[in-house]
Design a protein around this ligand. Structure first.
Ligand SMILES: Nc1ncnc2c1ncn2[C@@H]1O[C@H](COP(=O)(O)OP(=O)(O)O)[C@@H](O)[C@H]1O
Ligand SMILES: [Mg+2]
Length: 416
C-alpha cells in the first residue's frame, strides 16, 4: 500500500518541498546555494556527486545535512583510508565461504545495501579498493568473483581534499556526474555567519522538522526520467535540438581551448559520451521540476553546466554559458541558428575526414546522410550545377568556408 506521504498532488507541491529542504540546508551551511541545488539535481537524477575543497570548508557538514533531509533511507558513511580493503565498503568476508576458497562479502549494512553513501576522503582509498567500487557506483551491482548482488544505491556523495590522478581515479571521476569545487569563504560577513552557526550547533547538523521520504524521492526520480504515469515533464523537439546544439558547441569550444593550450597536438580530445548527453535530458527535467514547471525551457539548458563543468570553477562554468548564449543569440538572428548547425556539422565532417582521409576520394554526396550536411551538398549543387569530381573535394570544402557569410557575431566567432 502506498503511504499517504508518497501521494504527489502536483509538480508545484514537489517543487515547494524541495525548495523548503534546500532552504533549510542553506540555513545551516552558509553560502552553498548553488552546490545545494546541484546536489538536489544529483539526487533527483539518482547520480553521484563529488565535492572537492581544502579541509574545513564544510564538505562533511554539507553532505550530512543534505542526507538528513530524507527519511526511510539507509545511509552508509565511511572515511576512506589507504589500508582499507573492499570489505570496508562491501561487508566482511563470509568465513565459511572463505574456508571453501570463495570470496563472498556479507553485504548486510554495507554500502551495497544502502540507499545513500557518504564517502569522505575518497581518494585516500587505495586503487584496488577504488577499482572494486567502480561497478557498484555505475551498475548498482556488487560484482566480485562469484558474487553478483543488486544494490539499491541511489546516490553517493564523496568528498576529497585533493585529486589524485591514476588510471582508476580517472574512471572513478567519470562515475561522478556532478562535481563541485568549493573555495574557502573569504567574505567577513559569511565568516561571521559560519561562526554564529557554530555557536548554535557546534559541528553538528540541524534537525529538520520536515523530511522527504526516500519513496517520494524515488517517485520524483521516476517523474524526471519519464517513467511516472501521473506526471510528465515535457521537452519539445525544438528544445531537444537546441540542447544538442548547445552541447556540441560546448564540446567544440572545449576542444578548441584544449588544443590552444596543448604544447604538442597529441590526442587531446574532449568528448561527451552519448550516456552523458542522455543524462542531460534527465537533468533538464530535474531543473524544470525544481522550478515547479511541467515543461523544460531554454533557461534550463543554461544550467546544464551542473554536469558539463565543475561547479565553483568560474572559467569552466563561463565556457558552458558562452556556448549557451552563442546558440541562443544565433537563434534570434535570422538564419543564425541554421548557420551554427551547419558549421558545427561541417567541423564534425572535417574531423571525420581527418580521421579517415580516404573519405576524400569518395563523392561528397556520401557525406549527405544527415539533413544538415545536405545543406553543404545543396551548396555544391547550387554553385556548380552538379556534383563535382572527387579530385575537387578539397577545393570544395575550402570554398564552402570562403563563401560562408556569417549572419551574426556569434556565428562569426565560430570561425575564430
Ligand atoms: N559554509 C559553512 N557553513 C557553516 N559551517 C561551516 C561552513 N564551512 C565550514 N563550517 C564549519 O567548519 C566545520 C568543519 O567543516 P567540515 O564539514 O568538517 O569541513 P570539511 O569536511 O570540508 O573538512 C563545520 O563543522 C562547521 O562548523
Ligand atoms: Mg570532512
Amino acid at each position: 500500500m502506498q503511504q499517504e506521504t508518497d501521494v504527489i498532488n502536483s509538480i508545484e507541491e514537489i517543487a515547494k518541498e524541495l525548495k523548503d529542504a534546500a532552504w533549510f540546508i542553506g540555513q545551516r551551511v552558509i553560502n552553498r546555494e548553488e552546490v545545494i541545488e546541484q546536489a538536489f539535481c544529483a539526487l533527483l537524477t539518482a547520480e553521484h556527486m563529488l565535492l572537492q575543497s581544502r579541509t574545513g570548508v564544510g564538505k562533511s557538514l554539507l553532505a550530512e545535512q543534505i542526507f538528513s533531509m530524507f527519511e526511510g533511507a539507509r545511509l552508509f558513511r565511511v572515511q576512506a583510508s589507504k589500508e582499507q580493503q573492499p570489505d570496508t565498503f562491501f561487508g566482511g568476508l563470509d568465513l565459511e565461504e572463505l574456508k571453501a576458497g570463495r570470496i563472498i562479502h556479507n553485504t548486510k549494512g554495507s554500502l551495497v545495501e544502502s540507499d545513500f553513501g557518504f564517502i569522505d576522503e575518497i581518494f585516500d582509498a587505495n586503487d584496488f579498493t577504488l577499482r572494486a567500487l567502480l561497478s557498484l557506483l555505475n551498475e548498482r551491482r556488487l560484482l566480485r568473483g562469484l558474487q553478483d548482488v543488486a544494490s539499491p544505491l541511489h546516490s553517493v556523495i564523496a568528498a576529497t581534499n585533493y585529486l589524485r590522478v591514476s588510471e582508476v581515479t580517472e574512471a572513478l571521476l567519470d562515475r561522478f556526474l556532478f562535481k563541485a569545487v568549493i573555495l574557502p569563504d573569504k567574505d567577513p560577513f559569511i565568516q561571521y555567519q559560519i561562526s554564529q552557526r557554530y555557536l548554535v550547533y557546534g559541528g553538528r547538523t540541524a534537525a529538520p522538522e520536515k523530511r522527504i521520504s526516500l519513496a517520494r524521492l524515488q517517485h520524483m526520480h521516476k517523474i524526471i526520467t519519464g517513467r511516472s504515469e501521473d506526471f510528465q515533464i515535457a521537452i519539445t523537439n525544438e528544445l531537444l535540438y537546441f540542447t544538442n546544439i548547445v552541447i556540441r558547441h560546448f564540446e567544440f569550444l572545449r576542444n578548441r581551448q584544449l588544443s590552444d593550450h596543448a604544447k604538442r597536438g597529441d590526442g587531446v580530445d574532449f568528448y561527451i559520451s552519448p550516456r552523458t548527453q542522455a543524462k542531460s535530458l534527465d537533468l533538464l527535467r530535474a531543473l524544470a521540476l525544481l522550478k515547479g514547471r511541467t515543461n523544460v525551457v531554454h533557461d534550463d539548458v543554461s544550467q546544464l553546466y551542473f554536469i558539463f563543468s565543475t561547479v565553483g570553477l568560474p572559467e569552466e562554468m563561463a565556457l558552458f554559458k558562452k556556448a549557451y548564449t552563442t546558440v541562443l543569440n544565433s537563434l534570434t538572428a535570422s538564419r543564425g541558428f541554421d548557420q551554427v548547425t551547419i558549421l558545427l556539422d561541417f567541423t564534425d565532417l572535417l574531423r571525420e575526414i581527418k580521421e579517415d582521409p580516404k573519405q576524400m576520394r569518395e563523392p561528397l554526396s556520401k557525406f549527405a546522410e544527415s539533413p544538415v550536411r545536405r545543406s553543404f551538398l545543396d551548396w555544391v549543387k547550387e554553385k556548380f550545377g552538379s556534383e563535382q569530381p572527387v579530385d575537387q573535394n578539397r577545393k570544395l570544402l575550402e570554398q564552402f568556408l570562403t563563401d560562408f557569410v556569417p549572419v551574426c557575431d556569434e556565428v562569426r566567432e565560430l570561425f575564430g
